[in-house]
Ligand binder design. Sequence first.
Ligand code: GDP
Ligand code: IMO
Ligand code: MG
Length: 423
Amino acid sequence: MPVGCVVGLQWGDEGKGKIVDLLASDADVIVRFQGGANAGHTVKVGGETFVLHLIPSGILHPGKQCVIANGVVLDPDVFLEEVDGLVARGIDVEGRLVIAERAHLALPHHRALDRGREHTATTKIGTTGRGIGPAYADKVNRVGIRVGEIRDIDRFAGRVRENTARANDVLTKLIGAEPLDVEETVEGVVAAARRLLPWIGDTVTLVQEAIESDRRVFLEGAQGIHLDVDFGTYPFVTSSSASVLGAGPGAGVPGRALDDVLGVAKAYSTRVGEGPFPTELLDATGERLREAGHEFGSTTGRPRRCGWFDAVATRWAIRLMGVDAVVLTKLDTLRGFERLRVATGYRVDGKPLTAFPFDRDGFESVEPVYEELDGFEDDVSTVRRRADLPKAARDYCDFLEGQLGVPLRMISVGKERNEVITS
Ligand code: GDP
Ligand code: IMO
Ligand code: MG
């Protein structure tokens, strides 16, 4: 059975977790294929809120197989904390969660390097401090440590020792930061690694066999296309392929197996960390969006930057990734705004811009061209059919659909699993 995929169309935090949880009821296997503990996917079910950093959002459905695939960089401490948290809340994870033996580890020295660099760098990215960049750098530099290496624990300990000591050189000599205590670090990593052993497996075969035996596989993206290392607002990006294009190398899924690419977009825009954001609102309206949408990071608690919906950047993302349909989230948050704005074009020096900007300078000279629409007063969180939305809310959705050129398959109107318009 072909494979479905959910990816972010903006700068992350679009509500992917909620949507994957919702769709997981129709899936057999749910796979995270990139990123690491930088992600924070929030799922609310029956009044209970879960924030998942590494474990796929399908885990809250009993019996579903969840996979952390090879494209993820796995922080053992965060993973174990997450497992313990779920178990403590009565979620049975036993036997239905597998970590790829090929996945790379994000370890304490990666976190120290990440934080050290952010502290001293002239161009700050505003990372989550979870060691993501250094872990992927080690992977590409062919010195990373893979999850499967834990099976030979003595050799593994030696490799952690060697990599921690090498990182200490960089920390002390180049960054001017405090070194890690090598033996204490090795001891902590080895203890956590021993606990990972039962979860390790060959996820490539698992996913391939699922596809061959007609089980529905669902891929869960983290971050969003504008944070993608190739297609995002480089260098203000994360270090992985945060798009459907990363699903092949990240999970071992051939591109032709994908039959449904769903892009998730918030009804307005947000971004955490530094970097270009053409429709950002640095005024009271931005503040109001932040308050109304509770726009504070699920991983770091940082306030998210807020702005109007950017149809230019979202259209670009849809085309690049071959998105079949969009899931619009947080429509309810826009309640009470008298007027709503959508960027439908970019202008530079008064002239329409046709090419999508490539760097910060390009974005800085951009002036969004806005279309203004009526706002709506009513609470839409109880609406379950698009036709029942207040006219202005319906017009807003119709307008976005026209701008994006693909259908809005679902419209999310609240945090809870059932707060969604599907028809
Ligand atoms: P993700 O990283 O893409 O999974 O998104 P996050 O979980 O980081 O951020 C989305 C936030 O919006 C979470 O707090 C969700 O509970 C919440 N959320 C998702 N969909 C909706 C919605 O339709 N309405 C409202 N009000 N909140 C939503
Ligand atoms: P989810 O999956 C929003 C941002 C960071 C920073 C940049 C690089 O919840 O949508 P990193 O720690 O990855 O090196 O940081 O990317 N970032 C996210 N922003 N949502 C995320 O994930 C993010 N993951 C990373 O804020 O700007
Ligand atoms: Mg998030």
